[in-house]
Design a protein around this ligand. Sequence first.
Ligand SMILES: Nc1nc2c(ncn2[C@@H]2O[C@@H]3COP(=O)(O)O[C@H]4[C@@H](O)[C@H](n5cnc6c(=O)[nH]c(N)nc65)O[C@@H]4COP(=O)(O)O[C@H]3[C@H]2O)c(=O)[nH]1
Length: 600
Amino acid sequence: MERTLLLVDDEVDVGAALERLLRHDGYRILRATSALEGLELLEQHKVGVIISDQRMPGMSGVEFLTRVYELYPDTIRIVLSGSADFDSVTGAINRGAIYKFFTKPWDNEALRVDVMEAFWRHELAQEKERLLQEIQSANVLLSQLNLELASAMEHKDSQIKRIAHYDSLTALPNRLLFLDRLDQEVARANRDDQMVAVLSLDLDRFKKVNESFGHPVGDQLLQTVAKKLSSQIRACDTVARIADDEFAIVLTGVKATHAAGEVAQKILDSFAHSPISISDSEVFITLSIGISIYPVDGVNTTALLKSADTALHQAKREGRNNFQYYTVQMNATSWQRLKLETELRQALARNEFELHYQPKVDMDCNKIVGMEALLRWQSAERGLVTPAEFIPLLEETGLILPVGEWVLREACKQARAWQDAGIPDVHIAVNLSSLQFRQPDFAGSVLKIMQEHGLDPAMNGIELELTESLLLDNVARTIDTLNTLHEAGIRFSIDDFGTGYSSLSYLKRFPISSLKIDQSFVQDLSSNRDDESIVSAIIALGRSLGLSVIAEGVETAEQSAQLRRMGCDGMQGYLFSRPVPVAEMTYLLQNSANLFPAGA
Ligand SMILES: Nc1nc2c(ncn2[C@@H]2O[C@@H]3COP(=O)(O)O[C@H]4[C@@H](O)[C@H](n5cnc6c(=O)[nH]c(N)nc65)O[C@@H]4COP(=O)(O)O[C@H]3[C@H]2O)c(=O)[nH]1
């Protein structure tokens, strides 16, 4: 760094002597012969140290340096004076206007050392100033950063709150915020002696939309549903998405319980009356809704939501697209269902299932031509349980898949055992649920099971009983599966025929061999003309399509005789035999003649 020294002396010789003395120390030296000239030079140059004579015409050294002190306080100011000026010089030193003084004549070496020290001092002061400025600007920067940080934190905070409380897909409150709002509404209702309604909503068959159209479309649907729901409620109510396709609503200030039902109906209507556009097509989406009311169905959020959920499940069981209010009875039922489900899950492992067999009798030759395998649950706790009590739950929980496979294996095992025992022509019909049928490569797995038991599908008839609704679900795929199995030799019959939405055209398209007339038409055959007409129409239809027709639930000789007259090919019912365990069936197969009571 360049060190600039200003020498001010009216005596040119003195100035020159000083310059000579100090030049060797590497300073840039400026010279003035008066205070005014000195001030001018100071305006133009950045001077570190000034040495000024005291006695100068116009302005004394002390006056000059006091002025410099005011204008350039960071300069180091030295005065050269005679001893006579001692008082005014020490006064200026005390005021800080002067750093040091030298008396003339000066000591060269002492002067050189002091000038050097003055520069150090000046540079130190400068450095200090620079550091102070740096600290100051760092402080400014720091406070700026603090401000930015605070606002970023605020932004993040609100983002975190959003993520924690709102569903990112639909922007509706999530479960957490919903529970919080419900909690507040319950507290308010408690204080004001009012009611609160909780609606638990679930999209019917949302899974199917997801599977058929893919997840992005499913997401789009959820967003549309969210908007639609929000438009159906007041601003003071809350609609939230609490799980995948589950929504919930809190209705506040409910005056009477029927008001909640009215809102639920309004929502159902809004969905039932206008389709939702997804992926270039329009679909009608329906909802199931469960309603619980504070304080009747629960006094806290957990109980209210649970009651609404229970009611929702009831709504689903009632056939969807409806709403249900929670009742205490529902709770008892759902406990029982849960218990039953747990026990059913254990039943397979505990080997509690068994098959009973009911013979099918041919009317022409009066012989057993086949049998239906019917599942029984020999429960350790409940005793013998009939399928009506547990098949629907097996289907709902998906347990029908492992249980259905067990049924098929067991039937194949038994067919093999009868063949090995020398009983020929055993045809076992196995009931299928649509869930089983829709499994990937269902046909392959049936054939594999038969193969594992050494059964030739073409020779040893395993027959599959299907319902009309199973056939109509995804017709193209159904035809594929049926054809694969049919080509291998497996036969199909349509169970409970006449009760579904039979379309005559599909009968031609499926490789079916027989129709089973539902037992409800057989029951009142002799007394109900309509039933009689339906049965004869089914028989005529079967005949014209080349299908055999079997009547189910034949209980009386009268029914049997009438069916025989009408031209029914086969019968099944208590008149001939109830479904029986394997040992009894073996006996029946070996003594078929015993089945035909007099007059049958
Ligand atoms: N009143 C009366 N009833 C008669 C008579 N003859 C037979 N039945 C009953 O009628 C039902 C006929 O079976 P389904 O229609 O296939 O109806 C079956 C079938 O849909 C289902 N099911 C039974 N086993 C299985 C199975 O292994 N898998 C599947 N998916 N469903 C099964 O459960 C339903 C009920 O089975 P079950 O209780 O065994 O009831 C059987 C049988 O016991 C009669 O003369 N009078």
